[in-house]
Each structure stands twice: as structure tokens, then as C-alpha cells.
Design a protein around this ligand. Structure first.
Ligand SMILES: CC(C)(COP(=O)(O)OP(=O)(O)OC[C@H]1O[C@@H](n2cnc3c(N)ncnc32)[C@H](O)[C@@H]1OP(=O)(O)O)[C@@H](O)C(=O)NCCC(=O)NCCS
Length: 179
């Protein structure tokens, strides 16, 4: 899967990609008009349990998307994930070199994020010139930690109650991957 996904954007000639195609998914740069679809995730308390307080209003999501799309491309580059034209999540670099991702809850457990990261990690490393990527994870977020390990991330340290998730202080596992 990794090599196939990587090959598809190279072969398609997307240097600084407008769009990456994988076996089942299309990844394209995030747009302001994605906010309503992304709000389904951001307002879901179960999906957000390992991240932060769910967005209470659509305006919260709109502000997040605006801040993201208006950030300099060498710092923040987020891709929206589509399956059959339907927005199912996002993945990308937030304040380089930090990797972040999420999927709509009804799409979990189908290998979609593995497929996304197999295409996106090499693309972002190359186009953003990142020799190191990092990720900050709730140590209890088992699917996310499995994904990171699958892509060669290793835990570098553990913070004790060092992240305020909007409700309480929680631990953070810090991960890093060298290209
Ligand atoms: C983390 C997340 C993106 C995983 O996406 P996904 O498409 O379901 O993941 P995949 O299907 O590609 O599976 C990745 C690995 O996690 C495992 N996994 C998936 N769901 C799992 C679950 N509920 N419990 C335990 N393991 C799980 C898979 O088996 C796979 O491991 P394997 O290769 O050893 O079999 C998704 O759960 C999500 O959006 N969570 C909420 C947002 C979030 O926590 N983002 C990360 C913040 S750091």
C-alpha cells in the first residue's frame, strides 16, 4: 500500500501537489468550504475525546479552518480527505513539523488513515523539506499510536499533565520520525 500510494502522485506529476490520489481516497488542500463537513468531526465528543473540547458552534470550526488555510504553506499544510467525493477527514502538518489527522467516526477501522499517511508523509517530507516529523498524542489513544508506530515514529518523551484539553490537564506522549 505504502509504495503504491507514494507512486501515484509522483507518476501523476504533482510536484507541489494540488491533489494526491490513493487506491480509495483523494487528498486535496483544505478549503474554507470544507468547514461544514469538518464540523461533523469537531463537534463529536467521542471523536474529540483524545484531542480537545468539542467545538460548541459552527463558528469555532470556521475559525479553525480559516486559521489553517491562511497560515503560511511552509508552516501549515492540511489536506482534506475525500472518499467517493465525500469529505471524511483531514491530515497534514500543523505548525511544522507536527503531524495531525482525524477521520469521521463512521469511517474508522477501515485502514483509511493508514492509506492517507502512506501517501502524505512522503509528500509532505519532500515538498516541505522536513527531515523530522513530530506528533503529540494522548497516551490512551491506541489507534493513533498504532498508526504512528506503523510509519516509523518513536516515542521520545512523556509529559505529565502538560496539556489542557479544554476541560482538564492530561498527559502527552511525544513522538518523532526521522526521514
Ligand atoms: C486515529 C484515527 C485517525 C485512526 O484512523 P483509522 O482509519 O481508523 O485507522 P486505520 O484503520 O488506518 O488503523 C490504524 C491502526 O489502528 C488500529 N485501530 C483502528 N481502530 C482501532 C481501535 N478502535 N482500537 C484499537 N486499534 C484500532 C488498526 O487496527 C490499525 O492497526 P494495525 O495496522 O496494527 O491493524 C481515528 O481513530 C480518528 O480519527 N480518531 C480521532 C481523532 C484522533 O484521535 N486523531 C489523532 C490525534 S493525535
Amino acid at each position: 500500500m505504502n509504495q503504491t500510494a507514494h507512486a501515484s502522485w509522483v507518476a501523476a506529476g504533482f510536484g507541489v501537489a494540488t491533489k494526491l490520489l490513493t487506491e480509495r481516497l483523494c487528498l486535496r488542500p483544505m478549503e474554507m468550504s470544507d468547514a461544514p463537513a469538518l464540523h461533523h468531526f469537531f463537534s463529536d465528543p467521542i471523536a474529540m475525546q483524545h484531542w480537545s473540547k468539542p467545538h460548541a458552534t459552527f463558528a469555532d470550526t470556521e475559525n479553525w479552518v480559516r486559521m489553517t488555510v491562511e497560515s503560511p504553506a511552509n508552516e501549515t499544510r492540511e489536506f482534506t480527505i475525500l472518499r467517493d467525493g465525500d469529505i471524511i477527514g483531514k491530515a497534514g502538518i500543523w505548525k511544522a513539523p507536527q503531524l495531525g489527522y482525524f477521520l469521521r467516526r463512521d469511517c474508522w477501522g477501515n485502514g483509511y488513515m493508514s492509506e492517507t499517511l502512506a501517501a502524505l508523509i512522503p509528500h509532505l517530507s519532500e515538498t516541505m523539506g522536513l527531515s523530522v516529523m513530530t506528533a503529540e498524542v494522548d497516551p490512551q489513544n491506541e489507534p493513533s499510536i498504532k498508526l504512528l508506530k506503523q510509519f516509523g515514529f518513536r516515542e521520545t518523551r512523556r509529559g505529565k499533565k502538560d496539556y489542557f484539553d479544554g476541560v482538564k490537564w492530561v498527559d502527552t506522549a511525544y513522538y518523532e520520525r526521522q526521514s
